[in-house]
Design a protein around this ligand. Structure first.
Ligand code: SF4
Ligand code: SF4
Ligand code: SF4
Length: 249
């Protein structure tokens, strides 16, 4: 089958670069994966550096004014801009900084050597995003599937159903039955329930599943007598449920 390789570039902003590293993960399928890609610029995996690319993978959130300018310039250049990973899609763990007055957080971390920092924003707060791939980090199997869809001109699909489906397929004991709040029932699947399979509650890094019943979920937490403060902490951890949170949550 004939196909055009995707001309890609990858850029990191405020983040840990763990999502970009996923590109180089899964050695067994790596040669076939890179057969689909023409890597034009990607600091972590290639010394090539070219300005001509069609698709920009943007990792990280935005927390400085120079990042805003750089992102806008990437947007002008890219035909398709992908928000790559939870930091880019939702703000991610970096958003925790927004809870503290900026002056305080800068002094706490940098002391007498202040740096410029802005409240954390997700990529779509600044530029138009064509495709979002969530996950902290992104799941390489999902990235592979998406790249195959893009190369073959097929529709890109993310799971619409929640993490609970994948968790139940693995016959895990529900974290709620162990007295813990788990966001799996309102979070988009695709990670193969990696956290709950390791007996850690889901913190919702992949963001909301489709058609979730958020009020019913918060009611369940109350009915079980679980901590509403813990619920607030979990919902706010990746900033992925910003659109659903109320004054009570
Ligand atoms: S989403 Fe997670 S793994 Fe990816 S860059 Fe942000 S903190 Fe790192
Ligand atoms: S542990 Fe979490 S993901 Fe698994 S079934 Fe219970 S609520 Fe759903
Ligand atoms: S179980 Fe939840 S927090 Fe863990 S990787 Fe999956 S979506 Fe993210």
């Amino acid at each position: 089958m004939h196909f055009e390789k995707l001309k890609i570039a990858s850029f990191d902003f405020t983040c840990c670069e763990g999502c970009q590293l996923q590109f180089a993960n899964r050695e067994s399928s790596l040669p076939a994966f890179f057969e689909l890609l023409d890597v034009r610029a990607f600091r972590e995996i290639s010394s090539e550096k070219h300005d001509d690319f069609d698709m920009a993978f943007v990792e990280g959130s935005i927390s400085r004014s120079d990042e805003i300018e750089r992102l806008q310039s990437i947007r002008k250049q890219a035909k398709i801009l992908v928000a790559f990973g939870t930091c880019a899609c939702f703000g991610g763990v970096n958003s925790l900084k927004n809870r503290i007055p900026i002056e305080e957080s800068v002094v706490e971390v940098y002391g007498e050597h202040p740096v410029e920092t802005l409240p954390v924003q997700k990529i779509s707060d600044i530029v138009q995003v064509d495709l979002s791939i969530p996950g902290c980090p992104v799941a390489k199997e999902e990235v592979e599937r998406i790249v195959v869809s893009l190369v073959t001109g097929s529709k890109v699909n993310l799971p619409k159903y929640p993490v609970c489906v994948e968790c139940k397929q693995q016959l895990n004991t529900c974290m709620f039955d162990l007295g813990e709040i788990c966001l799996g029932s309102i979070t988009r699947a695709g990670c193969n329930a990696v956290c709950t399979s390791g007996k850690t509650p889901c913190l919702g890094c992949r963001g909301p599943a489709e058609d979730i019943n958020f009020p019913a979920f918060t009611e369940l937490v109350k009915e079980r007598g679980l901590s509403e403060n813990d619920l607030r902490e979990k919902l706010g951890f990746y900033n992925a449920f910003e659109a659903y949170r109320t004054d009570e949550t």
